[in-house]
Design a protein around this ligand. Structure first.
Ligand code: F6P
Length: 321
């Protein structure tokens, strides 16, 4: 392949820029032409392309967000939208596309690949919910942001002998909640993957620790649990007698300077993706497995399932009491 494109799609994640940089630089250094697609699949449909060179990606390795902008494209999900995107690729001579995003973005990459435009997916999402990967770009930065925020909440929670209930992101997955919960010493961690009972997993645990003179509490709730936080907060206060407050961290979790891990892994994965396309290998997903960068067939990757590490969950349960 001589001409490729790169796009970022779905929720942005810190480290996406490092991945874009790696894609552009690897392509340029290997004599390829590379286009940046603006606003994900919408840009592909509209032919919103910018030719990139070595300097187009200077000074972005540290920046959160994505310089290519991102979108969740409803039009691309239609046959007409998909056809427009394919026509644009043909018009601009684009032979392969690197798609940086989550599993929704990979489904788009699969569909494009099926219709003759080879794509390589690079996992970028704070949720860490891509089955073939044990780590996704942005996850590490997000965890550190959550830890920083909850540490701050802990200061005020402790000063007032309160219970602080904190909801963290994770549309369907509890990886952020579980790991942040451990790092922040949460008394209870509620995640969608493990059935929970508020009485047993929150109230009883708090009462047990109250007997050991514990006076302030952190409860981490994954967004994917769909819990009514106001109701939960009232219930905790009424049943334990501990004044309680809740905080929804929200989009603060998606921004900020990427951590070392996110920058390094994003660079490795972006480089790997281009090497695949250079060798005319498409329809793949780049994945991180135990710090190694590997790749999977895109169809296979989308059919894989991933489960929560129950050993880790049990450690949290035993230690944070
Ligand atoms: O997929 C990443 C994510 O941040 C999820 O954790 C969250 O549920 C969702 O995106 C929020 O999406 P939006 O920014 O479109 O509201």
């Amino acid at each position: 392949m001589k001409t490729i494109a790169v796009l970022t799609s779905g929720g942005d994640a810190p480290g996406m820029n490092a991945a874009v940089r790696a894609v552009v630089r690897t392509a340029c250094e290997n004599g390829m032409k590379v286009y940046g697609v603006i606003r994900g699949y919408n840009g592909l449909i509209n032919g919103d392309f910018v030719e990139m060179d070595l300097r187009s990606v200077s000074d972005i390795i540290n920046r959160g967000g994505t310089i290519l902008y991102s979108a969740r494209s409803a039009e691309f999900a239609t046959e007409e939208g998909m056809q427009k995107a394919i026509d644009q690729c043909h018009k601009w001579g684009i032979e392969g596309v690197v798609v940086i995003g989550g599993d929704g973005s990979f489904r788009g990459a699969r569909d494009l690949s099926e219709r003759g435009i080879p794509c390589v997916g690079v996992p970028g999402t704070i949720d860490n919910d891509i089955a073939c990967c044990d780590y996704t770009i942005g996850y590490d930065t997000c965890l550190n942001t959550i830890m920083d925020m909850v540490d701050r909440i802990r200061d005020t929670s402790e000063s007032h002998d309160r219970c602080s209930i904190v909801e963290v992101m994770g549309r369907r997955a509890g990886y952020l909640a579980l790991n942040a919960g451990i790092a922040c010493g949460a008394t209870s961690i509620l995640i969608p993957e493990v059935p929970f009972d508020i009485e047993k997993h929150v109230i009883e645990r708090m009462k047990k620790t109250q007997k050991t003179d514990k006076k302030h509490f952190i409860i981490i709730v994954a967004e994917g649990c769909g819990i009514d936080l106001e109701k939960l907060t009232k219930e905790i206060q009424e049943k334990t007698g501990v004044e309680s407050r809740y905080t929804i961290l929200g989009h603060v979790q998606r921004g900020g300077y990427a951590t070392v891990k996110d920058r390094v892994m994003a660079t490795r994965m972006g480089n790997y993706a281009v090497k695949l396309l250079m060798n005319n290998i498409g329809n793949r997903v780049v994945a991180a497995q135990k710090e190694e960068v590997v790749d999977y067939d895109i169809f296979e990757a989308l059919n894989m399932t991933k489960s929560i590490d129950m050993d880790l969950y049990n450690v949290a349960h035993e230690v944070s009491i």
